[in-house]
Design a protein around this ligand. Structure first.
Ligand code: AMP
Ligand code: GLY
Length: 443
């Protein structure tokens, strides 16, 4: 079979690698892919003339899938999903895993997602939505009169990870409301905001397969829980990033917490999707805040997580293409997912300066002998293959450059291998958090 993976990050490299492991798969096309997928066995990058978000590129990909005879397409990032990529493929009779544009609003609109959670009783932080700056401001004034707790401000619409502000004081809240709602700092996102109570606890990511379509009973099958580390620096300090490293399974996510997640979040979400008549045949990401054994939903993402996927794929003891087919055929309830024993630690290497401005275009060297000795998998993200005098070399092309996924029988062994693997890699300005998977490691 032939599979198309859409996207260009570390998550897509991990997905392409996992799909290519299947004996059923002859070829994996990655659009547009990166310098890692270009060199991966069975894989081939598909050049796009424009952004994967443009209608023209999406139509061109549909035509490509039809011409090459793609049997299954999997979309990595959220933006093409909210832009109707699934709708386009299905209109042409192509098999594609992902929610349609309407269902993708669970990530595309925080206001809509929050209303969905409230309507169907999904446990979440208390919140209010505002379309008027003055009213949002009044609410923030009242909030800080009443309590010393931080106020969480979330921009409606896709904001590339820049749409959440945790304001400790009124001045901070006001500045971010003004930037989002009046100055348009996030473009069309942020014209409406959700103001939400601040929750304490441990963050956990539960990724899941979803098969919900109008007119039949749906099903959601969760993966092993994982944990991302979002702040740039060790100890949970510094600015928010796209993710500095992940571990799986998530330490401290007890069977009791998993049971609570099922009852308070997964089941009401499934009922809500069915009652709204959504067509959601794809993956979902539940971003949780866990207080002891009580789970609160911080957000839905309508895709797999990055870098959680990189930590999960080495533990998957099942065929992702079979899971994709079950999602589309509507027999997910008959599937069970087998997970390998052990733990994966997956730190991310970034370019100094990230998430602020940084330089790209520097060569990446990988000492294969050192890397092989740890058995870790190397997944590329912001990296490109450059051709020079008939030779190709890998160069940095983004802020998050790559990650390593190291397996161990416990966290200590996985961490040890992961950080030994990092020593096999170098590029100018390379930086990484050294506390991914540490007992004291803070997200
Ligand atoms: P998001 O972009 O929605 O993933 O939010 C970014 C980060 O903000 C999350 O990973 C959490 O660390 C934090 N966050 C979001 N909502 C809340 C909340 N209600 N309480 C505490 N932290 C939050
Ligand atoms: N790891 C967080 C995300 O994928 O959004």
């Amino acid at each position: 079979m032939k599979v198309l993976v859409v996207g260009s990050g570390g998550r897509e490299h991990a997905l392409a690698w996992k799909v290519a492991q299947s004996e059923r798969v002859q070829r994996v096309y990655v659009a547009p892919g990166n310098g890692g997928t270009a060199g991966e066995a069975k894989c081939e990058n598909v050049r796009l003339s424009g952004s994967v978000l443009s209608a023209e590129s999406q139509e061109a990909l549909c035509a490509f899938a039809g011409k090459v005879g793609i049997d299954l397409t999997v979309v990595g990032p959220e933006a093409p999903l909210t832009q109707g990529m699934v709708d386009r493929f299905r209109a042409k009779g192509l098999a594609i895993v992902g929610p349609d544009a309407q269902a993708a609003r669970l990530e595309g609109s925080k206001v809509w997602a929050k209303a969905f959670m409230e309507t169907y009783g999904v446990r979440t932080a208390r919140s209010r939505s505002f379309a008027e700056y003055a009213q949002a401001q009044d609410y923030a004034v009242e909030h800080f009169k009443r309590t010393k707790q931080a106020l969480v401000i979330k921009a409606d619409g896709l904001a590339g990870g820049k749409g959440v502000c945790i304001a400790e004081q009124y001045a901070e809240a006001e500045a971010s409301l003004r930037a989002f709602m009046q100055e348009g700092s996030l473009g069309t996102a942020g014209k409406t905001v959700v103001l939400e109570e601040f929750l304490v606890g441990q963050e956990v990511s539960v990724l899941a397969a979803v098969s919900v379509a109008p007119g039949r009973r749906g099903s959601i099958l969760p993966f092993m829980a994982a944990r991302d580390h979002k702040r740039r620096f060790a100890g949970g300090l510094g600015p928010n990033t796209g993710g500095m490293g992940a571990v799986a399974p998530a330490p401290g996510f007890s069977p009791a917490a998993a049971q609570d997640f099922h009852r308070a979040i997964l089941e009401p979400t499934l009922r809500g999707m069915e009652q709204e008549g959504l067509d959601y045949r794809g993956f979902i990401f539940f971003g949780l805040m866990v207080q002891d054994t009580s789970c609160f939903l911080l957000e839905y993402n309508v895709r797999l997580g990055d870098p959680e996927t990189q930590a999960l794929v080495p533990l998957m003891d099942f065929d992702l293409t079979e899971l994709g087919e079950a999602i589309l055929a509507g027999n997910l309830q008959d599937c069970s997912l087998r997970w390998k024993a052990g733990v994966v630690c997956a730190p991310v290497a970034v370019v100094e300066g990230y998430p602020g401005p940084y330089q790209t275009g520097h060569p990446i060297t990988v000492r294969q002998d050192l890397l092989s000795s740890t058995g870790a998998l190397l997944f590329m993200a912001g990296a490109e293959q450059e051709r020079r005098e008939n030779q190709t070399r890998l160069c940095t092309a983004g802020g998050r450059v790559l990650s390593v996924s190291a397996w161990g029988k416990d966290m200590e062994a996985a961490r040890d291998r992961a950080y030994r693997s990092m020593k096999a890699i170098s590029f100018e300005g390379m930086a990484f958090r050294e506390d991914i998977g540490c007992g004291s490691g803070h997200p």
